[in-house]
Write a protein of this length. Structure first.
Length: 203
């Protein structure tokens, strides 16, 4: 039993360095995600001022007005698919296909945020538990300095893991609201555009 315990202890200790490295990597990934989300927020504010009122009052007669508001180079996933839906000619089946494709792209974008939400606490807990063992050993042997160092690792792992999770959760919740609105707008535009084309064919 002692041999098994030592083996488990050795395996656990060997995981500390990879765990700390992964925490650092995912922490910087979370920072990049936070910056990207802020940039996307600023783009959405600009596009909301440009498109929201026009889409709200969209009719088959003023589709061309919405088309003229599109930027020459799409600056977001929404404007990219909006440009495609406003191109002619389009059918109901194609519009459904493009909206489903948009949903898949949106889910792919949110996926990393979900990964950070789950992986942050896991890595933090692993680092906490691994460092706690030598800290307790240092306490029992009177090695206060060694115990203090290991306790620093314990708290740092927990804090960094929670920060990673917080960024991932905030980003995921925010983008889910964004994309839900985008899907609603794209669906309305698609139905309006398709009805416009049907009216032209009937005429």
């Amino acid at each position: 039993m002692e041999i098994i315990s030592k083996a488990l202890f050795g395996i656990a200790n060997s995981l500390l360095i990879p765990d700390v490295i992964l925490l650092i990597v995912f922490f910087f990934r979370a920072l990049l995600m936070a910056g990207g989300t802020y940039s996307a927020y600023m783009t959405r504010r600009k596009n909301s001022r440009r498109f929201d009122n026009v889409i709200k009052g969209l009719t088959p007669d003023n589709v061309d007005g919405l088309r003229k508001l599109l930027p020459s180079n799409p600056d977001s996933l929404f404007t990219l698919y909006l440009s495609d839906l406003l191109a002619a000619p389009r059918t109901d089946d194609y519009a459904d296909y493009m909206i489903a494709k948009f949903e898949a792209e949106a889910a792919k974008d949110i996926n990393m945020a979900h990964i950070l939400t789950k992986i942050g606490p896991i890595l933090g807990l692993i680092g906490t538990l691994i460092s706690m063992s030598p800290a307790l050993v240092g306490l029992s042997s009177g090695d206060i300095s060694g115990m203090a160092y290991n306790m620093q690792v314990v708290f740092a792992s927990t804090v960094v893991g929670l920060v990673i999770s917080a960024v991932g959760l905030t980003t995921a919740q925010t983008k889910q609201r964004w994309y839900a609105k985008d899907i609603n707008n794209l669906d309305y535009v698609a139905r309006t555009v398709c009805s416009t084309k049907e009216e032209r064919r009937d005429a």
